[in-house]
Design a binder for this molecule. Structure first.
Ligand code: ZN
Length: 501
């Protein structure tokens, strides 16, 4: 029998090569959204498809299987090594179920669907996107059949983003959120204390906005020697290595809070990536166990910290310096209230904390129905518009402000949306514990000193990578299994003060 350390070293070399290709793919995708000229799209689609196929082939060849089979069950491995073998085996089992031909077809269809979605959204014409949506739904259903599932084909897709989660587990959680949040939104609508945010409607210098975002990111602990911030239409975070984590933001010249919240959100994701176990770079362990847990980090920083009153008390003096004369009459309390205004609206990415999950629940209901085959793509706009009326009480004027607003379905990312709502829930649960463990956390925020909070998050969440799953991480960090209650408590307490009746 070959000794374990030699086999383990071979496995590391093998999966390291796969990780290199994956990170090169991520770099091409980053460039596609940040710098690539429009005419580069055709060739880029082919490059992405070729590399995706190559990555799949390299990872799923007989050698990986041989090494995994030889290492599984060995008792002389460390707990970390055992976790690495287990997680790699999980990824391999999932990957071999999908034939390479489907991986290629999917990547090509994704590129075409993305380009058409951009045009369809520009023209606000769902009919133009409809055949591409149908292709992505069909290919995703095919993928789900290969992956296998117990109850719903949607579960096979959701599992890729939130392992162990199913549509039937999500429904009661989402029902609770929808019920309690719609009561809260209705109560807020009746409040007589609506904030005056008219001061925000000014021209905010773009350079100063970016400067401010970079300063806040630095205070949070984002390492600019291991990352950079650029602009893109849709802000995102991507990782080429634990020490090369890129973020993007977008700038609205009429609303500096937009770039701020984007940067703090992506900064939260990036802090997680920069805090993953460095010794496991180029392996499955240097990754989050789920997108929901990843999103908990961005939401905690963006909403709970970055939209708190102590945060604005800290940064108002600096904002006054960066935007001379524009904020002299504005108090930190007014800024805090403006950053937390609640108004049912059309666009998910602009939604406030009280309505955000309702946007997710609507998408979850539509995409489960698409994947389960109970509705067809041509039904999407009508269904979307009627659900918007029911959940948020708003009328959708056109598809660009309705079912064409998000990139996810063009990417074939069915099962992704619920992770945003789960992120909100995990974030609030973690923060309840932070407040118990670090009684001075708000004093730190008010001084722009976030190190204590970051150390806590590194210890309880980041450093574990994929050695534990998200429910285990939440339970170990907070003493309780994941629950929607801390989030609802957080919302109800915060907004009772912001919107007294
Ligand atoms: Zn995010």
């Amino acid at each position: 029998m070959t000794d374990s350390s030699s086999l383990y070293a071979q496995l590391l070399e093998k999966i390291g090569e796969v990780a290199d290709i994956r990170h090169a793919l991520a770099l091409l995708q980053w460039d596609q959204e940040v710098f690539m000229p429009p005419k580069g799209a055709h060739a880029r689609g082919l490059q992405l498809a070729t590399l995706s196929g190559l990555e799949h082939r390299l990872f799923t060849d007989v050698e990986t299987r041989r090494l995994i089979d030889a290492l599984r069950g060995r008792t002389d491995l460390s707990p970390e090594q055992t976790a690495l073998v287990r997680e790699t085996a999980h990824d391999l089992d999932r990957a071999v179920r999908i034939p390479e031909s489907l991986v290629r077809l999917f990547a090509e269809a994704q590129s075409r669907a993305y380009e058409e979605w951009v045009e369809a959204r520009r023209a606000s014409d769902f009919r133009r996107f409809q055949p591409h949506l149908k292709t992505m739904v069909d290919l995703s259903r095919e993928k789900a059949e290969y992956l296998g599932y117990a109850e719903s084909p949607y579960d096979a897709l959701l599992d890729e983003y939130e392992r162990g989660m199913t549509a039937s587990k999500l429904r009661p959680i989402f029902d609770t959120l929808a019920a309690r949040q719609s009561v809260l939104v209705a109560r807020i609508a009746e409040s007589t204390h609506h904030p005056d945010a008219s001061w925000l409607d000014q021209e905010w210098n773009e350079h100063a906005q970016i400067q401010f975002c970079e300063e806040v990111l630095r205070d949070m602990g984002y390492d600019f020697e291991a990352g950079r911030q650029d602009k893109s239409v849709h802000p995102f975070t991507t990782t080429f290595d634990v020490q090369d984590v890129r973020i993007t933001t977008r700038v609205n010249p009429r609303d500096f809070l937009s770039a701020l919240s984007s940067s703090v959100h992506e900064g939260g994701h990036a802090l997680y990536e920069q805090g993953l176990p460095l010794e496991f770079r180029r392996t499955a362990l240097a990754d989050a166990p789920s997108l929901g847990l990843h999103e908990s980090q961005s939401r905690l920083w963006e909403n709970i910290i970055g939209r708190s009153h102590p945060f604005f008390r800290r940064y108002l003096p600096r904002l006054r310096e960066l935007f001379p004369g524009q904020l002299d009459q504005v108090t930190s309390a007014e800024m805090y209230r403006a950053a937390n205004r609640v108004a049912p609206s059309l666009i998910r990415v602009d939604a406030d904390e009280c309505t955000y999950n309702l946007h997710v629940i609507l998408r979850f209901e539509i995409e489960t129905a698409l994947i389960e085959g109970s509705i067809r793509p041509e039904h999407v706009p009508e269904l979307w518009n009627s659900k918007m009326r029911v959940y948020l009480g708003v009328d959708v004027p056109d598809d660009a402000h309705g079912c064409l607003q998000d990139i996810h379905w063009a990417h074939g990312s069915f099962g992704y949306f619920p992770t945003y709502a789960l992120g909100n829930l995990y974030a609030a649960q973690l923060m309840e514990q932070v407040k118990k463990d670090l009684p001075n956390v708000w004093g730190g925020v008010e001084r722009g000193a976030f190190a204590e909070l970051l150390v806590w998050l590194r210890d309880r969440v980041h450093r574990h990578g994929r050695m534990k799953n998200s429910a285990e991480i939440i339970e170990a960090a907070t003493g309780l299994p994941p629950s929607p209650e801390p989030f609802l408590r957080y919302l109800e307490e915060k907004y009772a003060v912001l919107y007294p009746v």
